[in-house]
Design a protein around this ligand. Structure first.
Ligand code: ATP
Ligand code: ASP
Ligand code: MG
Length: 328
């Protein structure tokens, strides 16, 4: 079947995404069509990073130290997975942020990792259409980079991706989407979270911005985990999220903290367990951590945005909808 012949392309799913064995013939065709956009996206984004001099590292699944996901008011984790191996407690990777800080400081000044993340999101998040309990990020970090460097790298990557999708997968995009996917205008606007809170309220600004924008928008100055840079004098955070129109957040990142005193102060303030970040603290104390900036692009989210699916688990061959466990 050709991409154009996919049944009811623009009709949003009425149910949550199902596993492969429960899909009809036309739903399987649709799945394969989304799969082509996924393959293209992975190829385009990874080649942008390789061509820009980033080294490609493989991910790890189990570590003593992983992303605390705290104190980010947006985090909604039902359970944290910890197991004992060789007499030590390890955790499944929530993100590779700590690994990125250590690796970019010590050995790989520009790096990226295609990294599986496990976050057992609360089951009620099944219906957001934007949360799955296993997802992947293209997580990257660059020593001595600024937020502005990250903005232009990501904007270039997205323009290249959309331009090539339009050229190479025109029929697939037309079959999957109700409206054409436009090449975004660069540079993207930069907004401050405090201004958005004044307009939409502290709890409503993320939904408000996603609905109101017609072009991608950076949002900066978002209080969250200790590794994002905070200017103690002004109280402003040098970090950012990227929001896409009619979709929402597809990326989070920051300029990073690298100085021991600040990292320690923030770990204590957040009441995060110091012993889980002993290596990072030791390296920082020895002056071995270096300034950097980076971000992680949620792969299922960027493909979900490009394909216009209602639920990002549609981009997964083996859907990870919060609250539902399938055999595969
Ligand atoms: P949200 O506020 O949307 O729940 P988050 O801000 O908690 O997400 P981050 O910790 O910033 O998520 O994760 C980095 C990126 O990984 C996000 O920008 C997003 O693209 C992706 N991501 C995070 N959580 C999920 C999830 N549960 N399912 C799919 N992608 C996710
Ligand atoms: N990947 C994100 C970053 O680089 C962190 C996260 O996933 O929470 O900032
Ligand atoms: Mg985020």
């Amino acid at each position: 079947m050709k991409a154009q012949e996919i049944t009811a392309p623009c009709v949003p799913l009425s149910e949550l995404p199902k596993p492969l064995d429960q899909l009809s013939e036309s739903e399987l065709e649709r799945k394969a069509c989304i799969g082509k956009v996924m393959t293209h996206t992975l190829q385009s984004l990874t080649s942008t990073f390789v061509d820009s001099g980033f080294q490609w590292l493989l991910p790890v699944a189990l570590s003593q130290s992983t992303d605390p996901l705290w104190s980010d008011p947006g985090a909604s984790i039902e359970k944290r997975i910890e197991i004992d191996i060789y007499g030590k407690v390890v955790r499944t990777t929530a993100s590779m942020i700590i690994h990125k800080l250590v690796a970019s400081s010590l050995a790989y000044p520009k790096l990226f990792i295609l990294s599986p993340n496990i976050r057992i999101e609360k089951a009620e998040r099944a219906k957001t259409g934007r949360h799955i309990y296993e997802f992947s990020q293209i997580d990257f970090e660059a020593r001595d980079a600024s937020s502005k460097d990250v903005f232009s790298l990501v904007e270039g990557a997205i323009v290249k991706l959309v331009t090539s999708l339009q050229k190479d997968l025109k029929a697939e995009l037309e079959a999957l989407r109700c409206e054409p996917l436009k090449v975004p205008t660069v540079p993207f606007k930069v907004l401050d979270r405090e201004d958005l809170e004044a307009e939409y309220g502290a709890d409503g600004w993320e939904a408000g911005i996603a609905e109101s924008i017609k072009e991608p928008v950076w949002v900066t100055n978002i209080p969250r985990e200790f590794d994002d840079f905070e200017d103690f004098a002004t109280g402003k955070w040098d970090n950012y999220d990227l929001f896409m129109p009619n979709f929402g957040e597809i990326l989070s990142g920051a300029k990073r903290e690298w100085e021991y005193e600040k990292i320690m102060k923030k770990i204590e303030r957040d009441e995060v367990k110091k012993e889980n970040y002993a290596l990072l603290l030791k390296l920082a104390k020895e002056g071995k951590t270096k300034p950097s900036a980076g971000a992680g692009i949620g792969i299922e989210r960027i493909v979900g945005w490009a394909t216009g699916v209602k639920h990002i688990a549609e981009t997964q061959p083996f859907p990870r909808v919060p609250g539902t466990v399938n055999e595969l």
